[in-house]
Ligand binder design. Structure first.
Ligand SMILES: *Cc1c(COP(=O)(O)O)cnc(C)c1O
Length: 489
């Protein structure tokens, strides 16, 4: 394939040369984009040049621009590395479907498998412990898969413990019959400060949103598990334990290594399933084992004891949307739930790489492995570790500035040793606090989010981009924070 002679190369050049904005849209550009939308289908096409012009000049200035804006700290969207961008271009150009392992036809499933193993290496996760690995559309999809596996396991296990001879597979019998046979009247999902996708997963898996039970350690540390309460609640019940690693307002972690060991043995005792939602914090596993990161390293210690693990690549790995990943311990169980039998071309049973369409929600699948493969190999382990350390360094400098300031207050407390790549804070003045996030965002220097926090509003800075430059960005953030105080003075 030769890009320099293809018309595809021209598209890329047109895009690169266009003045696509590197900041969030202004009110005017959003209005213009909205007004310029073409809403009736033309009988005769308008032609590609007209549409290129429309996309680049009318619509693109109305997109969020978070990936290209170095001081976008609102949603944790990450950005896109050059290697990932190149690979994503190839993905769209070749239009490879990664559904079935067909080693005589394509290397695509082998690339996906390699990319996922490289990811496990990056995160220091033992490849043999979680042999089921898959790219998904994001952490929500991974969480749905994790909860569906948990449901299958917990109900089968309840049946097996009642009588080894009976089959209580939800995948085969359906939820109602399997639960009836296994004498299961409900499954509880025990969690602390979970991402909202827990409720979607609980609903989609037929467990129900009301089955989510929060077991916070205390009012001061609501992200941590109350292990005594957990042990008590698990006894005699059917349980999925959901570990928030980490929590997305505070960046704090639900467990320590010792607590994970404890949860694992409770789960084995009671036939429970342990799922880690690591969309936000799993990246911590790339940090060095130094004093500086001790609190963070404790938070991800022994997560590998989980049965299933969710991660997000479009966030901290800085590959394009959409890309999540999923690791689990039991390939056969996963194929029981998500297997797509019947189609003749799927029959090759004992394959070295399981066909992805038998492990996840989709049958046809985008080749989202390639940007991950490209980025991991182009930049290597050290770069990824250094990136997260720079993000944390910026967050900690801002946090420390806030602790020292009279106008602002660091949340949930003043402890800097637990600061990950997020800073949660509020203005001490109630009137400033009410306007804080809109003031900061209107300045257009930085872009952050407002989050509810214990009955009031807090502001959150989440540093997810590879474009982070600690000195420069610290200066910009402080300038914006100071200006907001002056504005109300
Ligand atoms: C972002 C996030 C999710 C949802 O991820 P998507 O990729 O948006 O589906 C789930 N859990 C946590 C902890 C997250 O931070």
């Amino acid at each position: 394939m030769s890009f320099d002679t293809d018309s595809e190369a021209q598209h890329l050049k047109d895009f690169t040369n266009a003045a696509v904005s590197d900041s969030v849209p202004t009110k005017e550009s959003l209005q213009h984009a909205t007004d310029s939308l073409i809403v009736s289908l033309p009988e005769d096409g308008l032609g590609i040049n007209r549409i290129k012009d429309h996309i680049l000049n009318d619509l693109a200035p109305g997109f969020t621009g978070s990936s290209r804006c170095p001081t976008y700290y609102a949603f944790t969207t990450g950005a896109v590395t050059d290697a990932a961008l190149f690979a994503d271009w190839v993905v769209s150009t070749v239009d490879q479907n990664v559904h079935v392992h067909l080693p005589k036809d394509t290397v695509a499933t082998a690339v996906e498998d390699s990319a996922l193993r490289l990811l496990q290496q990056l995160l220091n996760l033992d490849e043999s412990r979680h042999p089921s690995r898959l790219f998904t559309t994001g952490a929500t999809a991974s969480n749905v898969i994790g909860i569906a596996l948990g449901r299958e396991f917990v109900i089968s296990e309840a049946g097996r413990r009642k009588s080894p001879a009976i089959n209580t597979s939800v995948a085969e019998l359906g939820v109602l019959e399997a639960c009836f046979q296994a004498e299961v009247t409900g499954i509880q999902i025990l969690a602390t400060m979970p991402h909202s996708s827990i409720y979607k997963a609980a609903s989609a898996a037929g467990i129900g949103r009301d089955s989510v039970v929060l077991l916070p350690l205390s009012e001061d540390e609501p992200w941590r598990f109350d292990l005594d309460a957990l042990a008590e609640r698990m006894s005699g019940k059917h349980t999925i334990v959901w570990i928030s690693a980490g929590e997305l307002c505070t960046g704090r972690f639900a467990t320590t290594g010792l607590e994970m060991t404890c949860i694992r043995s409770l789960a084995d005792q009671h036939g429970a399933w342990v799922h880690v939602d690591g969309a936000f914090g799993l990246q911590t596993l790339v940090l060095p084992q130094t004093e500086e990161y001790k609190a963070l390293n404790d938070g991800v210690r022994s997560l590998e004891l989980a049965d299933s693990i969710t991660g997000d690549a479009h966030k901290l790995l800085n590959v394009p949307y959409d890309c999540g990943f999923f690791f689990a311990r039991n390939v056969a169980l996963q194929q029981t739930v998500f297997g797509n039998p019947g189609a003749a071309y799927l029959s090759a049973a004992a394959l070295s790489i399981p066909s992805p369409l038998n492990l996840g929600l989709e049958n046809s699948r985008r080749f989202r492995a390639l940007p991950v493969y490209a980025s991991l190999l182009a930049y290597g382990r050290a770069w990824h570790s250094d990136l997260l350390q720079r993000q944390i360094a910026l967050a900690r400098r801002v946090a420390s500035y806030i602790v020292d300031s009279t106008a602002y207050e660091l949340l949930p407390n003043d402890d800097l040793s637990h600061i990950y790549m997020v800073v949660l804070f509020r203005a001490r003045s109630v009137s400033l606090n009410e306007r804080l996030v809109s003031l900061l965002n209107e300045s257009r220097e930085i872009h952050i989010s407002a989050l509810p926090w214990k009955g009031s509003t807090a502001a959150r800075i989440a540093v997810g981009t590879w474009r982070v430059e600690v000195e420069r960005d610290f200066g910009l953030i402080v300038k914006a924070l100071d200006a907001a105080v002056d504005d109300t003075a």
